[in-house]
Design a protein around this ligand. Structure first.
Ligand code: FES
Length: 266
């Protein structure tokens, strides 16, 4: 019989050497065709110690209730699509294990601060629009020909942006950000971290454009420095640091009369 790690059927005979326990998973369901508002639904899920929360949710869909909707793809903390509120905290469900919530009842909800489309699937249009607005790619300072070869960079130049380039767009930091929860115009931690990733890259020439976003009312100055974003990031990115660096950059721009200065309060 197939191994539980390679399908969604939960524990089976090949797991005979592993203790099988049962956990109660409560899922916040929202089916727009029948629910006026989200409702909790409870499932009993058998699991072994190596099963992730994502596998638990997949077990529910495959064995108990095929109508449950959620996003996932890689199952290895790379694609960023399986984010959920797990016992109230934003986490990647493929990187979180059922064993850590047993005994007890595990609650799974859609990511906070985003509109719910269906069950655990949230609408990400606002995040995608913001991401596109910062030009999340290298804009060459001047046109380059292939014959010019590689765009060389020293290790020190790479260190300026490397940690911010680990972002996988999972949006956990948005679900953790109280400011984004109160004001969705705020650019938010992930996009501001990626903005800094490109602005700090020695090969890039679009800093002036991006600094307009940094200094705008919905830019870095809207951040209230809670820093929970950095705590929940599954890839070790530090969006709060990127925001603070850009508060400094924005203040410098203000005093030097450059693009990206802090907008006066209205
Ligand atoms: Fe890809 Fe979890 S499924 S990050």
């Amino acid at each position: 019989m197939p191994n539980a790690r390679h399908n969604n059927k939960g524990p089976d005979m090949s797991d005979a050497d592993k203790p099988v326990r049962t956990i109660t998973i409560e899922v916040l369901r929202y089916r727009p065709e029948q629910d006026r508002e989200p409702v909790w639904q409870s499932y009993q899920v058998p699991f072994t110690d190596d099963m992730s929360v994502l596998q638990g949710v997949q077990y529910i869909k495959d064995e108990l209730d095929g109508s449950l909707s959620f996003r996932w793809s890689c199952r290895m903390a790379i694609c960023g699509s399986c984010g959920m509120m797990i016992d109230g905290k934003p986490k990647l469900s493929c990187k979180t294990f059922l064993r850590d919530y047993h005994p007890g009842t595990l609650r799974v909800e859609p990511l906070a601060h985003f509109p719910i489309e269906r069950d655990l699937v949230v609408g990400l249009e606002d995040f995608i629009d913001k991401l596109e607005s910062i030009k999340p790619y290298i804009v060459p300072k001047e046109p380059r020909q292939l014959s010019q070869g590689e765009y060389l960079q020293t290790p020190a130049q790479r260190d300026e942006y490397e940690q911010f380039s680990s972002c996988i767009n999972c949006t956990l930091c948005y679900a953790a950000c109280p400011q984004y929860g109160m004001d969705s115009k705020f650019m938010g931690p992930g996009v501001l971290a990626l903005l800094h990733r490109y602005n700090a890259d020695s090969r890039d020439g679009a800093q002036a454009d991006r600094m307009q976003i940094v200094g705008a009312e919905e830019g870095v100055w809207n951040c209230t420095a809670v820093a929970y974003c950095s705590e929940v990031c599954p890839k070790g990115v530090d969006p709060a640091k990127a925001v603070n660096l850009n508060k400094v950059n924005s203040a410098k721009a203000y005093f030097m009369g450059l693009p990206g200065k802090k907008e006066p309060a209205r």
